[in-house]
Design a protein around this ligand. Structure first.
Ligand code: GLU
Length: 430
């Protein structure tokens, strides 16, 4: 039944794959050489389950999506006071590569624009540029759960054409923001932007932020909750170039995009998303990725300001009232992520029963996305030669006139009787 989520993802990706608006970034010449048709998306649940669609295994350079992670590393290694002394947290409303600092403080306005990101690199304590880059590379790799490597061509291209970033770094040095040699700091910055990721890496990195710093794949704590909160906060206000306001109101997930065409988005406590499509809009955000994230947010109810409820549907009990029948009893609120875990648990156990009964009679609030997923369970089980019934006396999942009416029962006893009859019928070959 996790296939339902997979099908859904494939379907919206297919829908937007026809959009060919936007331009490839060409101010870094190597970036203009990528295939403009690439389009991939990965979704990671907070327990590390991965849904991938399209070009999810294609590597591209992380570019500005590196910025929140180096900022987090600087917070980890130098502490918030030292970082705050050099980098602000105010949205700039300026282009990402603006050669500017805050007028009053003379600090970069935030770590998501190049000035702040270059300053963040210098706040990772190290005795040489190589050591500093190694720390950064290890840190990102721990978020992704695999070793990330550099794209040497993009690095060379960026270094050869990076005069604007040089101007920014020397300006920062003149204001006393950079203590190290500006060219050394920039070299590390160019290398970090040239690290290669896939959408699945981005989704895992995002899921690690969603899990407060614990990588759900490896179980390793990469950073702590305070660093995550700080990092997500600047992503909310400054992560999407100067389209941050639009993004927050329409999509509502802390996110960061890069000129390589990637977007990483986090729904705290719930999931991580990585997308890739290299054609960019005028603000520098991937056109198809923005459309896709908007749609996911709208249809799956992912806006982080949706009134907070406990998203975890609790499967309070799973029991076998008789041979071939298994009952799954859900309590509490059922939102998309909780429902997804429920259907996956049923899916995982379906070798062991003929009829699965989902008892939602003690569930509280069930949102639209969860209703679709849960009511579709019976079809998904039917496709596998099984049956799925729902105990739903108050119609929390199956509304009046629903096509799933025939699998709805008022009590567990009724559903178990029907299940026994179903199994008997199956055995007698009817
Ligand atoms: N490496 C790019 C630069 O510094 C990153 C820009 C971006 O992705 O926004 O220009």
């Amino acid at each position: 039944m996790s296939r339902q989520v997979q099908r859904y993802l494939d379907q919206i990706r297919a829908e937007f794959s026809g959009v060919d608006a936007g331009e490839l970034a060409d101010y870094i010449p190597e970036l203009a050489r990528v295939d403009p048709d690439r389009f991939g998306v990965t979704l990671s649940s907070s327990d590390g389950y991965i849904y991938e669609s399209g070009d999810s295994a294609v590597e591209f350079t992380i570019q500005s999506i590196s910025k929140p992670f180096t900022y987090a590393l600087a917070l980890d290694r130098s502490g918030p006071e030292a970082v705050d002394a050099k980098i602000g947290v105010e949205p700039s409303g300026e282009a990402f590569n603006e050669i500017s600092v805050d007028r009053a403080t003379k600090r970069p306005k935030n770590p998501m624009i190049n000035a702040g990101a270059i300053a963040a690199v210098s706040l990772v304590p190290a005795s040489s540029p190589d050591e500093r880059f190694a720390l950064i590379q290890d840190y990102y790799s721990a978020f992704a759960g695999r070793r990330l490597d550099i794209d040497a061509d993009v690095y060379a291209s960026e270094k050869a054409t990076g005069d604007r970033n040089r101007a920014i770094a020397y300006m920062l040095a003149s204001f006393g923001v950079l203590d190290d040699d500006p060219d050394d700091v920039l070299d590390v910055y160019f290398r970090q932007c040239s690290l290669k990721v896939t959408t699945t890496d981005l989704a895992r990195m995002a899921a690690t932020l969603a899990r407060n710093g614990v990588n759900p794949l490896t179980g390793r704590r990469v950073t702590d909750a305070a660093v995550v909160r700080r990092t997500l906060s600047v992503m909310v206000t400054c992560g999407m170039y100067d389209a941050a306001g639009d993004w927050v109101s329409a999509v509502g997930m802390p996110a960061k995009s890069g000129v390589g065409g990637g977007i990483l988005a986090v729904l705290p406590g719930q999931l991580g998303i990585g997308t890739y499509s290299p054609l960019l809009d005028a603000k520098g955000n991937s056109v198809r990725s923005v459309l896709l994230c908007r749609r996911l947010s709208e249809e799956l109810g992912l806006h982080f300001l949706t009134v907070a409820r406990d998203a975890r549907a609790t499967l309070r009990a799973i029991y076998q009232p008789c041979d071939g029948v298994r009952v799954y009893e859900a309590h509490g609120d059922l939102l998309f992520c909780g429902a997804e875990q429920v259907v996956r648990t049923v899916d995982r156990g379906c070798e062991d029963f003929v009829v699965g009964i989902l008892d939602v009679s003690r569930a509280d609030d069930v949102d639209e996305a969860a209703k679709v997923l849960l009511s579709g369970m019976s079809t998904a089980l039917h496709d596998q030669g099984k049956a799925g019934f729902i105990v739903d006396p108050d119609r929390r999942v199956i509304g009046d006139g629903s096509e799933f009416e025939q699998v709805r029962y008022r009590t567990v006893e009724d559903a178990v009787d029907a299940a026994t009859a179903f199994i008997r019928g199956q055995r007698s070959g009817r």
